[in-house]
Design a protein around this ligand. Structure first.
Ligand SMILES: NC(=O)c1ccc[n+]([C@@H]2O[C@H](COP(=O)([O-])OP(=O)(O)OC[C@H]3O[C@@H](n4cnc5c(N)ncnc54)[C@H](OP(=O)(O)O)[C@@H]3O)[C@@H](O)[C@H]2O)c1
Length: 290
């Protein structure tokens, strides 16, 4: 197993995988929307890529816009992945499909495990949950990795938004009643590489199913912002606000914390602490212009 087709190759996670996989002996074959577009089913093919495994990082990730574009989000997050999974099944190869904490309602007081019942509160969450079911149904060698609060030194994410706002505003109001785990794209890419390395030793039935994959620990958006500005001043004054004080079209889970014990037990994979992920991304140059 060597050739790994990565969809969404221009996104935060896809780009990180493009950098992480060669060091683990894999050849990443990155596709972008120009070459593999879930909105154009005829482009959902392997062409002459001959992959040995696929990682699906392509997705409709505009959470609020999904509320008024659910059909398009469903195409990208469920229908397209279903076709991709069917291609993988026909080729007899594994598919690692990336999903989200937003499949949960967020009202559980403790971290969510894979055994907890999903109950998405947003259109994005509904389409991502449909995608999980679709890939698991279409390919027996499907591994779904649910992650959360992904950010990188490039792309649209909370870290870069904070740095941009902090550069111009003396005070910021940041939500302090949503709990989750900031997960650095390069750390998640390393973890996916480690999962692929286990699969390279031979497929096992225990690899099929859903796994939670975030960094270790937890904080709030306010706590994350404070850590960002502690690492890269000058710090604006941060005001802790409630979700109710920052209304958005899509409802966010109050608790996004995911219990990642199953990933460790089955694959022997554990991501670093979220603070270490932040230090890594900052060192990569998070202040690059958007
Ligand atoms: N970001 C987070 O906080 C977060 C949290 C939990 C889970 N996830 C999941 O993690 C995965 C990777 O997310 P990310 O943060 O890397 O997202 P991202 O930076 O937004 O990248 C997603 C990529 O998918 C592409 N894409 C969108 N619609 C497509 C379509 N119809 N056909 C083909 N490609 C399409 C986008 O291309 P364009 O830019 O051209 O549209 C983009 O390059 C996704 O499955 C996401 O749902 C993300």
């Amino acid at each position: 197993m060597k050739r790994v087709l990565v969809t969404g190759g221009a996104g935060q996670l896809g780009a990180a995988l493009g950098r992480a996989l060669p060091g683990l002996g894999f050849t990443p074959l990155l596709t972008t929307r120009a070459t593999l577009d879930f909105d154009r089913p005829e482009t959902i093919t392997f062409g002459d890529a001959r992959p040995d495994a696929v990682v699906n990082c392509a997705a409709w990730t505009a959470v609020d816009a999904a509320e008024t574009n659910e059909a398009a989000a469903f195409r990208a997050n469920a229908e397209g992945p279903a076709r991709l999974a069917a291609l993988c099944a026909a080729a007899g190869i594994p598919l690692i499909h990336i999903s989200t904490d937003y499949v949960f309602a967020g009202d559980k007081p403790t971290p969510y495990s894979e055994a907890d019942t999903p109950a998405p509160a947003s259109a994005y969450g509904r389409t991502k949950l449909a995608g999980e079911w679709a890939v698991l149904a279409a390919n027996p060698r499907s591994t779904v990795l649910r992650t959360a609060w992904v950010y990188a030194a490039e792309g649209r994410n909370f870290l870069r938004t904070m740095l941009a706002l902090g550069a111009t505003r003396p005070e910021l109001r940041v939500v302090a009643d949503q709990h989750g785990t900031p997960t650095a794209a390069p750390d998640l890419a390393d973890a996916i590489g480690a999962v692929l390395a286990r699969m390279r030793d031979g497929w096992r039935d225990e690899y099929r199913g859903v796994f939670h994959a975030t960094a270790q620990g937890a904080t709030t958006w306010h706590g994350f912002a404070a850590a960002i500005f502690a690492a890269r001043g000058p710090a604006p004054v941060l005001h802790a606000i409630t979700t109710a004080e920052y209304p958005t079209p899509a409802r966010r889970p109050a608790n996004s914390r995911l219990d990642c014990a199953r990933l460790a037990a089955v694959f022997g994979v554990r991501l670093p602490a979220w603070e270490d992920g932040l230090a890594r991304v900052m060192a990569e140059g998070a202040a690059r212009p958007q």
